[in-house]
Design a protein around this ligand. Sequence first.
Ligand code: ZN
Length: 227
Amino acid sequence: MLNSVKELNGYHQHEPEYRNGHANGKANGKTNGAVAHHDETKEAKQAIETAVRTILTNVGEDPDREGLIGTPDRIARMYDEILAGYTTDPVKLVNGALFDVEYDDPVIVKEIEYFSMCEHHMLPFFGRAHIAYIPSDKVIGLSKIPRIVEMFARRLQVQERMTRQIAEMIDEVLKPQGVAVVVEGSHMCSMMRGVKKEHPRMMTSYMIGKYKEDKELRREFMDQLRK
Ligand SMILES: [Zn+2]
């Protein structure tokens, strides 16, 4: 079952090339083991540092001045953290956290804070995700839902796709009667640009199963979010 989760989420497809050992055509993708992986990671980090230096120079900065000298290194290490979702293993993530229950009222987890990066501008977007599902025979440990959100948030994203991916993963893992995901997001790329000082939050939702079919259930969930 969980193998299909991997495919569903494009876990392999979305892995950045350097993770697969194809970084700028130089890495030896066929070697195995921790040493090779370590080299690839190091090579990728250096490539990011070089790229950041290039950006700094070309926006009119001096990349060697005191305040900037460590910036390429900091950014490379930061990407490792804020884009960690590419290398999070979804199978491990849900491992051992599924429980059999006889319960078929909605389980609602709301106000899950997330931080993501818009893939169009590589600027942050952030906000809250709200999730509901109606179990069939399984529930997932409460702490795992925010981890699922985090796995998809820590990638280059568009909010609509992130919303769908969260819903589809919960659907795939739990085979519930229905899933509802609502995400609110403030996007730095629209907030920082232009002169308007109003910054509407973007709302996206994705419904599966009973939540898609049953208007009343959807309304109940939306009412919960207003409380
Ligand atoms: Zn953007």
